[in-house]
Design a protein around this ligand. Sequence first.
Ligand code: PEP
Length: 250
Amino acid sequence: MSAPRRPLVAGNWKMHKTAGEARDACAALAALVGGAPGIDVAVCPPFTALQAASEALAGSPIAVYAQNVHEADQGAHTGEISAAMLRDAGAAGALVGHSERRAAGDTDDQVAARVRAGIDAGLLIVMCCGESLDTRRAGDTQAWVTRQVRAGLSQATAADVDRLVIAYEPIWAIGTGETATPEQAQEACAIVRAVAGEVVDGQALRVLYGGSVNPANAAELMACPDVDGALVGGASLDPESFAAIVAAAS
Ligand code: PEP
C-alpha cells in the first residue's frame, strides 16, 4: 500500500504583484502559515518576482513555483524561461499547461515536453488539465480530461511520480466564482488519478482541484478522497485568505 498522500496547496498569482509586492505578501504569508506541518505550500509568482519571493520565504516551509517553463535548455526562444533559469531564481517547481497558457497557444506536445524538461531539471511540475463549459455540457468531461492527461504524461515515466502533481481545473470554474461541487471535483480527480495510473503509481500521485477555491469552500473540496489539495488563483493574492485555505488543508 502507498503512503498517505501529502496535501499541497499552491497559489497561482497569475500576472499580479511586482517584486516588492511579492516580498511583502510572502513575509505576511510566512508569518500566518508558520510551520505548515504535514502539508506542502507553494506560491507561484510571475517570473519577475521569483527571486524576491524566494528570498522572502527563505527559512519558511513555503516553496516558490513558476507559472510556466520552456522545454529547451537554452537557445533562440525569445521571451521564454528555462528550467535552469527558474531554479537559479529560487523556484522549486512550475505549473505547466494552465488553461490560460493553453488558451494563449501552448499545445499538448509542448505540455508533455515541459513536464519532461522540468522534471529532468529537478523541478516539481504541476500539470493542469480541465474542460470548458461546452465540453461539460456535452457530457465529454471524462474523454477530454483523459486525453489531456494521456497527452501531458506521454513523455513521463513511473519514476516521475514524486516530482509530478496534476491539477484538475475546470475552465468554467477558474476566476468565475462558480466552484465545482465536491461531487464534480471528486469524480474528475478520480478520473485523473486512474488515467495517470497508466504511467505512474496512481495511489501515490497527488491530484489537486482548482477553480474558485476560497476559504469558505476549501475544506469540503479538499475532504474528497481523490482531492489532495488545491491550486488557488484569486484567493491566493491575499495572504490572509490563502493562509485560511492552507489551514483548511491541515
Ligand atoms: C487558477 O488560476 O489556477 C485558478 C484556479 O484561479 P481561481 O482560483 O481564481 O479560479
